[in-house]
Ligand binder design. Structure first.
Ligand code: 13P
Ligand code: SF4
Length: 304
């Protein structure tokens, strides 16, 4: 297995050079994808990185909306998603049709869309946000009424940090809702010295018991800077790979072993190699949608 991986890694690095490609990986990716990536980060960091790369090809190890965001920001680059079935079920919980209907009901509301959404939904929104900047994005708007889509839990978390009226969309992350308040209560008893960090996609009852509410990039920075030696991690468990690698002397305890995002695990070394060899599957947002979606993404990047 190890020698197979060595061979695969060599071939990927060969094609990467030949294609002038960069490999970007989300913090939830398999360890093998994180380890070969040029950059590993959260959704905001990945889009900032895509926006400034001078590579010709971006191999996106993440899910479809992330590759779309890279395509929105870099129309003249080829964006490869090594498994085209790597989607985000939360992003599929809203359509442009249902969003347009809701906008008609709330003509005075500004639409803030979580980056976990399709390019079409971004194109229908006033501004985009990620878990790292959602509060700042909402606060940056003149409007006092905000339609927040599609994550009801991130939207609820934002509503606790602002005086603006937040109208929630009933979407959620099927992975983060598996984390229960009982998990955090039990682990805090077992590890009384530990700090508990959770993602804002978690249920409000879980967030209420946490020490910190952070994006995955925020969790990585927190782990490096905290005095705590034990950290309870309330998000998708793929992040533990990076946390352990960067902080070998600290202990990381997953809040729930059930918090696994199946689509984040679809990309592996074999698929990355095939993708670079065949220059497919490519994710390309149609120009008309891209231009409208880019307004929402650019507005966010100015706030971030
Ligand atoms: P961040 O990495 O931006 O915190 O987002 C988590 C997530 O669910 C991405 O799909
Ligand atoms: Fe979507 Fe949740 Fe998976 Fe993130 S962890 S990609 S929000 S399903």
């Amino acid at each position: 297995m190890a020698s197979n991986n060595t061979e695969l890694i060599e071939k990927i690095l060969h094609f990467k050079r030949q294609r002038n490609a960069v490999i970007l990986a989300h913090n939830y990716q398999l360890g093998e994808a994180q380890d070969i990536a040029d950059f590993v980060g959260d959704s905001l960091e990945l889009s900032q990185n895509a926006a400034k790369t001078d590579a010709d090809v971006i191999v996106f190890c993440g899910v479809h909306f992330m590759a779309e965001t890279a395509s929105i920001l870099c129309p003249d680059k080829i964006v490869l998603l090594p498994d085209i079935h790597a989607g985000c079920p939360m992003a599929d919980m809203i359509t442009t049709k249902s969003l347009r209907e809701k906008k008609r009901e709330l003509p005075g509301a500004a639409v803030v869309c979580y980056v976990n959404s399709s390019a079409e939904v971004k194109a229908e929104s006033d501004i985009c946000c990620t878990s790292a900047n959602a509060v700042e994005v909402v606060e940056s708007l003149d409007s006092e009424e905000i339609l927040f889509v599609p994550d009801q839990y991130l939207g609820h978390y934002v509503s606790t940090k602002t005086d603006k009226k937040i109208v929630l969309w009933p979407g959620f992350c099927p992975t983060h809702v598996r984390i229960q308040p009982e998990d955090i209560t039990r682990l805090k008893l077992e590890y009384p010295q530990a700090k508990a960090v959770v993602h804002p996609e978690c249920r409000p009852e879980v967030i209420a018991l946490a020490d910190e509410v952070l994006s995955t990039g925020g969790m990585c920075r927190f782990a490096q800077n905290t005095e705590a030696k034990e950290i309870i991690v309330g998000t998708e468990i793929g992040i533990i790979h990076r946390l352990k690698k960067e902080n070998p002397e600290k202990k990381f305890v997953p809040l729930s072993e059930q918090a696994i995002c199946p689509t984040m695990k679809l990309i592996n070394l074999e698929k990355m190699l095939r993708s670079l060899e065949e220059m497919a599957p490519e994710v390309k947002v149609p120009e008309e949608t891209r231009l409208r979606a880019k307004v929402a993404v650019d507005r966010m990047l100015k706030v971030a």
